[in-house]
Design a protein around this ligand. Structure first.
Ligand code: S3P
Length: 184
């Protein structure tokens, strides 16, 4: 944890697979210059294999352990301000929800199921969607996770019809307000 009186000024993006976290994260990184951490990518680099292979070889629980360990690392005192793009299932653990909220300004990117389905069907990187009926899986997981995203987020953004630049600009404006002490 960060022990200083001020909470760390990271911007943390949460939301379902395909909601645009990585793209909006890159946009915020360019606008602010803060380093970008894509949690899935960091975990893949350290494990030396893709997320799907981690799930297959070590199981989902092992991947979830890696996520929690990475959150702890990102919260170390004296860490730089960062843009943090999370994996869609990070909110499943109560401890992660609590830790993410302390890590910075948490933004939930929301998108309609059709959009999530279309974006996630472009590749087979996501083991949880390796199923006969990905739409049904998305709907089931979303129903489960929506209360968790809601509980974790300081800001909820309906991304439908907006491009990544517009989304990032809106987030930045709200984050500035939050960080200057007007938010809660
Ligand atoms: C997952 C989302 C993925 C990745 C893993 C599990 C999930 O990240 O962490 O496949 O449980 O929703 P993205 O949200 O970046 O696709």
């Amino acid at each position: 944890m960060n022990d200083s009186a001020q909470p760390p000024k990271n911007i943390v993006l949460i939301g379902f697979m395909g909601s645009g976290k990585s793209t909006v994260g890159r946009e915020l990184h360019q606008m602010l210059g803060y380093p970008l951490v894509d949690m899935d990518h960091w975990i893949e680099q350290r494990a030396g294999k893709p997320v799907a292979a981690i799930f297959a070889d070590q199981g989902e629980d092992a991947f979830r352990e890696m996520e929690t360990a990475l959150i702890d690392e990102l919260a170390l005192p004296d860490a730089p301000r960062r843009i943090i793009s999370t994996g869609g299932g990070v909110v499943g653990r109560p401890e992660n929800r609590e830790k993410l909220r302390k890590l910075g300004y948490v933004v939930w990117l929301k998108a309609p199921v059709d959009v999530l389905l279309e974006r996630t069907s472009r590749n087979r990187e996501r083991p949880l969607l390796h199923t006969e009926n990905p739409r049904e899986r998305i709907e089931t997981l979303l129903a489960l996770r929506e209360p968790w995203y809601h509980e974790t987020a300081h800001l909820e953004v309906d991304t439908h019809g907006l491009d990544s630049g517009e989304i990032a600009a809106g987030i930045l404006e709200s984050a500035r307000y939050f960080f200057t002490g007007h938010g809660s």
